[in-house]
Design a protein around this ligand. Structure first.
Ligand SMILES: *Cc1c(COP(=O)(O)O)cnc(C)c1O
Length: 369
């Protein structure tokens, strides 16, 4: 028999990432005209108008390769974050930075450590390296730092902490995190994935940038996809030691952040009012929506992010996802009874609550058995 190219066994084991369902697909498949997406933690206000202008302008220059060093964006970030420009990592989304960190630091047979019920991409990162993903249970839906410390072995090369965590929305105590860092072996890279950092209430914000700038084994990752409303452009950033930055320069695509994303992201940084509006909306809607869903007998995990993880009142999250989809609301089933709902605008969240109410009432009308 003729041989065909073998897919690496580590790659064969990777489950392709399941993105939130796109609006157009749901409209097409269900014949709906009005569909809202509360599935991927995007900004319901969209990008800053200044970012849209800068991105449109940059599109005219799309015949040229982008600046592979991201000079302007790097400088803008360094100014805003108060860090050395040479300690800033830039990627095609922070997802790419995660994969690149794996590529540069994790060897086959080593261990990548994280928690259960965290970001699905961490699994892919480990599998791409033929490494093992080790997960510890959560404690009250929050990363259990003590359990993580106990799970460290001589093979542990990387520890990933999403803070606030996706999909639970919970955050770790900043003081506990600082103490915990002291105990991590120095040859083990700690990645603090702060995609939702801006949504944290101020007293829960760790001094993570300071740690990343001053320790050789700490990386902080953030993104333009969430609070900045630029998920479709793919721009993520991070802060780390120069040595780590140089390692990523060896393994990345030389033009990993496209020209339009660079321009729009730099402009978005210069509009902090848009970030404040976004965070204020998420905070007030978080409180309101949690209250409404609790009235409908959902269990709502307290969130520090722009989404809520809920446990649905009956049946499983998959059937709730489907029932909501049929009413034009895209959410994200996680596992078992858990459904993740991104906070939308007030009218979007009201549409969600009405849809949930109808599902609950239809279930009560159904004869038992
Ligand atoms: C959304 C998210 C990211 C970043 O996604 P990018 O769009 O690739 O920047 C990273 N980590 C977590 C936990 C996220 O939820």
């Amino acid at each position: 028999m003729k041989k065909i190219p073998a897919i690496r066994s580590g790659v064969q084991a990777i489950a392709p990432y399941q993105p939130g369902k796109p609006i157009e697909e749901v409209k097409r498949e269900l014949g709906l005209s009005r569909v809202i997406k509360l599935a991927s933690n995007e900004n319901p206000l969209g990008p800053s108008p200044a970012a849209v202008r800068a991105g449109s302008q940059a599109l005219r220059e799309a015949a040229l390769y982008p600046d592979g060093s991201c000079y302007r964006l790097r400088k803008a970030l360094a100014g805003r974050l108060g860090t050395d420009p040479d300690q800033i990592l830039l990627g095609n989304g922070s997802s790419e930075l995660l994969i690149l960190l794996g590529r540069a630091f994790v060897s086959p047979g080593e261990e990548v450590l994280t928690s259960q019920m965290s970001f699905v991409l961490y699994q892919t990162l480990a599998q791409l390296q033929d490494a093992s993903l080790i997960t510890v249970p959560m404690k009250d839906f929050t990363f259990d730092l003590e359990a993580l410390a106990r799970a460290v072995t001589p093979k542990t090369r990387m520890i990933l902490i999403a803070n606030p965590n996706n999909p639970t929305g919970t955050a770790v105590d900043p003081k506990a995190l600082e103490n915990w860092l002291e105990a991590v072996p120095s040859d083990c890279l700690v990645v603090l994935d702060e995609a939702y950092y801006e949504y944290l209430e101020p007293k829960l914000r760790p001094a993570s940038l300071h740690w990343a700038a001053n320790r050789e084994n700490v990386v902080v990752l953030r993104t333009f996809s969430k609070v900045y409303g630029l998920a479709g452009l793919r721009a993520g950033y991070g802060v780390a030691s120069r040595r780590i930055k140089e390692a990523l320069d060896r393994v990345r695509d030389p033009f990993n952040v496209n020209h339009i994303a660079q321009a729009a992201a730099a402009a978005a940084l210069a509009d902090p009012a848009h970030v404040r509006r976004t965070v204020a909306l998420a905070r007030s809607e978080r409180r309101r929506l949690a209250g409404e869903l609790r009235k409908l007998k959902f269990l709502v995990i307290p969130s520090q992010a722009n989404f809520l993880l809920v446990s649905v009142p009956d049946r499983d999250a998959q059937s709730w996802f489907q029932a909501l989809l049929e009413q034009g609301v895209i959410t994200r089933p996680v596992v078992g009874p858990f459904l993740r709902i991104t906070l939308g605008t007030r009218p979007q969240n009201e549409k969600l609550v009405r849809a949930c109410g109808r599902i609950v009432h239809a279930a009560h009308r159904r004869p038992a058995g």
